[in-house]
Write a protein that binds this ligand. Structure first.
Ligand SMILES: [Zn+2]
Length: 477
């Protein structure tokens, strides 16, 4: 009964929110048209989309209590250092590995056979932080896409379940890793639990990896296998240190998550760099488009959360599990809390001069982690429901007052058509869009390619929009 009331309440609230959103969108449309008129552009509208009821349902099911339970369980293994005990059922990375594998298998049981779980095991040779050859295991849960034209298209969401104390090669010390990175691991497990009962066009991989603290070893192995097998990974998210809403600087901010994205592609060739210097695009890599997508969808579907785009591959001079993906040409971003507390990262658990050091669960904010997981869920679902981003998008080369765009037609049966998005060259996000229907070329009349950045998005019949594709110059005739 109470559940029924709560549900009715939630529906009323979401309808009210949708109405407010719709009115806001209308208002934005008007102001955008005003701005467009000032710029002399014909009939432009903003990119603001409507909330998707399926995504709203999914986001609501993410439960902070499950996230807390997972984190406390992972901490209970004492250490999850990659070099720690592999065969002790109580302590060490082996215990964490087997517990996670069993949890993902439980989740898969509710997927109607669409989710499979595997241990991806390999022997890591000696390396800087690996004193002797060591077996590493990634836990990989794959939720198969249901649309034949899209099932090969894959999105990967990841966290690392290994941890460390002050020394990365100390396999004996306590390394609770409640934030780094039980928080990301718990978010990925909760995403898998909630998303397993939903159907998506494309495939989603929920992954928890080992060896991050030893030099991104687990994620590197997965990304390299993916490249060798020609896996079509359209986007990868790593969630690493998403546990706390309070920084070492004292700032309390439970409403913001940072999303780090690179501007210039890690795998850019010299020839591509020459083209980019000539036509621009430092701010339009596939990873930057992914960050924009997460901001647009995350803020729309998870009210109260702000996605803070950081124009960097990672924190200053630091790294994460998205890097091996970037180096192999996949779009990838990193989610991290707004301000970190270094007393609680990579520290032996101890008290010194009245200060508590160590990565302990008491410094986690489980409600905050749930909200970061909700932003992940919204963006992943939106990507996996939508068509693939348009391929081979080309911009006409000639001297012209107009901008000519063309691309390959998508093959999804539920494709409704395309929209052109654009923004001022100094704007951070797409500010305008125009619906153009089912076409594979379009000319923006009276708009010079010198003065705007353009992109193309595919849209399905339910209004799900793809990532934007940034055009490259068409070969000169
Ligand atoms: Zn980490």
């Amino acid at each position: 009964m109470r559940m029924g009331n709560w549900r009715a309440g939630a529906i009323t609230v979401s309808l009210a929110l949708m109405t407010v959103g719709f009115l806001l969108a209308l208002r934005l449309d008007c102001s955008a048209q005003g701005a467009a008129a000032r710029h002399g552009q014909p009939g432009s509208v903003t990119v603001a989309g409507k909330r998707n009821p399926a995504i709203a349902l999914l986001v609501r099911q993410i439960d902070a209590r499950n996230i807390e339970r997972t984190i406390r369980q992972l901490v209970s293994f004492g250490t999850r250092n990659t070099l720690s005990e592999q065969n002790d059922p109580q302590r060490g990375i082996g215990a964490a590995r087997d517990w996670l594998f069993a949890e993902f298998q439980k989740v898969a049981a509710s997927s109607g056979g669409r989710m499979t779980v595997e241990k991806q095991t390999f022997e890591q040779p000696k390396a800087a932080r690996v004193p002797q050859p060591t077996v590493l295991t990634n836990i990989i849960a794959t939720l198969q896409g249901t649309q034949p034209a899209s099932e090969k298209r894959t999105y990967v969401v990841s966290g690392h379940y290994d941890s460390m104390c002050t020394s990365p090669t100390d396999a004996k010390c306590d390394a609770p890793g409640a934030n780094d990175d039980a928080s990301g691991t718990a978010a990925v497990l909760e995403l898998a639990r909630v998303m397993a009962s939903f159907k998506f066009d494309a495939t989603i991989v929920f992954m928890t990896v080992a060896g991050e603290e030893q030099g991104l070893l687990g994620s590197t192995y997965y990304a390299e296998q993916a490249r060798k097998n020609g896996l079509d990974i359209e986007a990868m998210f790593t969630n690493d240190i998403i546990g706390s809403s309070r920084g070492g600087n004292g700032l309390y901010d439970p409403h913001t998550v940072r999303v780090f994205s690179e501007g210039v592609r890690s795998n850019e060739t010299d020839a591509e760099a020459t083209v980019r210097r000539s036509v621009g695009g430092e701010n339009d890599s596939p990873s930057r488009q992914l960050a924009r997508f997460i901001k647009e969808v995350g803020e729309r579907e998870v009210p109260g959360m702000k996605v803070w785009m950081i124009y960097r591959r990672d924190r200053y001079g630091r790294g994460g599990d998205h890097q091996p993906f970037l180096e192999r040409g996949y779009a990838a971003v990193r989610f991290t809390e707004p301000s970190e507390n270094y007393n609680h990262q990579h520290q032996n658990v101890r008290r010194e001069n009245g200060i508590q050091y160590g990565d302990l669960p008491e410094f986690d904010d489980f409600a905050y982690i749930a909200n970061v997981a909700r932003v992940n869920a919204a963006a992943l679902a939106a990507l996996a429901l939508a068509p693939a981003r348009p391929k081979n998008v080309l911009l006409g080369n000639g001297l012209s007052d107009h901008t000519e765009l063309k691309w390959d037609m998508n093959t999804e049966p539920d494709l409704a058509g395309y929209e052109i998005v654009w923004r001022d060259t100094s704007a951070a996000v797409w500010t305008n869009s125009r619906w153009i229907g089912k076409a594979h070329s379009y000319t923006m009349k009276g708009m010079s390619k010198d003065n705007y950045f353009f992109g193309v998005r595919a849209v399905d019949k339910d209004g799900n929009r793809s990532l934007a594709s940034y055009p490259r110059p068409a070969p000169r005739r």
